[in-house]
Design a binder for this molecule. Structure first.
Ligand SMILES: Nc1ncnc2c1ncn2[C@@H]1O[C@H](COP(=O)(O)OP(=O)(O)OP(=O)(O)O)[C@@H](O)[C@H]1O
Length: 278
């Protein structure tokens, strides 16, 4: 496994100098021996991963590789069978309250409070994260504006489109200014203009020392914006390191196919498919 040091994080909060020093030298996300099985199927088969503070890291893998299961365990949503996850020095499963205070999460399947308006949803997320009412309201308005949701701010979340829901979830994940952000397929269903805004936002976040780990199937996006990539398949990490190291002089798409292996299928049997057949 290739591990790379990044510039130090800004360990937000009021930690003393010794704690800050430790936080700067430790990876923002450290995962060791992570495992999860569903019945007899091993979805995550012993993952080790370290993401340095200030990294924009991509987790890529084919369908069913174990990305969502891994991210769910890392964010305290799914209990691992084995392994340890430490985020900014906090063990996710031994000290979930402290760990959850330093993370923002957008899950693959976005679950929101459907009977709130977008504006109420973000404000509520801010209040749940302990922000004073005026601060939550002001941040919610700014985030809705940045995410191009101001015109829909008074509509119920239940009436939002897939992309709007994703953006609202991102707003909720950002409102408390977390130093570590986990995003499962953050741009799925998001229009190109909003996607560009989100891309720039993520770059800005890591520029200030925040750490972002996100899963994606879009190799071009990962290649373009991530400084660190991990490739996962069948619950195992096949490669991890800087994007250039993992690419190894190829496109990330080609490196990915070489690592995972082509999923070639016999198309000869599909003689009925196509306009030349009946
Ligand atoms: N709740 C569950 N019960 C049973 N099997 C599950 C469950 N969740 C995930 N799995 C299985 O675990 C494996 C990994 O699934 P996971 O959702 O983590 O993959 P993924 O990499 O996120 O896939 P995709 O790219 O398609 O979203 C798959 O074989 C999946 O069927």
């Amino acid at each position: 496994m290739i591990l790379v040091s990044r510039w130090p994080a800004d360990p937000r909060g009021s930690a003393g100098p010794a704690v800050k020093e430790a936080a700067m030298s430790e990876p923002a996300i450290a995962v060791h021996g992570l495992r999860k099985s569903f019945d007899k199927k091993e979805a995550v088969a012993g993952i080790d991963l370290e993401i340095a503070a200030g990294s924009l890291a991509g987790l890529v893998g084919p369908n069913g590789a174990g990305k969502t299961t891994s991210l769910s365990m890392m964010t305290g949503l799914l209990r691992p069978d084995a392994g340890r996850i430490v985020i900014n020095g906090h063990d996710v499963w031994a000290d979930p309250v402290a760990a959850k205070a330093v993370i923002g999460v957008v899950t693959a399947e976005v679950r929101l409070f459907e009977r709130l308006s977008g504006e109420e949803l973000l404000e509520y997320a801010g209040r749940l994260r302990g922000l004073p009412a005026a601060e939550a309201r002001s941040r919610a308005a700014q985030l809705l504006d940045m995410l191009d949701l101001t015109a829909d701010a008074k509509r119920l979340v239940a009436d939002y489109s897939t992309g709007m829901r994703k953006k609202a979830a991102l707003g909720c994940a950002l409102i408390h200014n977390p130093p570590v952000l986990f995003l499962d397929e953050p741009l799925e269903g998001v229009d190109p203009i909003s996607a560009d805004v989100i891309r720039r936002l993520l770059a800005r976040l890591v520029g200030t020392g925040s750490t972002v780990l996100f899963s994606s199937h879009v190799m071009e996006l990962v290649e373009q914006i991530c400084d660190h990539v991990s490739v996962i398949d069948k619950g195992k990490i096949l490669a991890t390191g800087t994007t250039d190291e993992v690419r190894g002089g190829k496109t990330l798409q080609q490196a990915f196919i070489d690592l995972v292996g082509p999923r070639s299928r016999d198309e000869e049997g599909l003689t009925w498919l196509g306009s030349s057949s009946n």
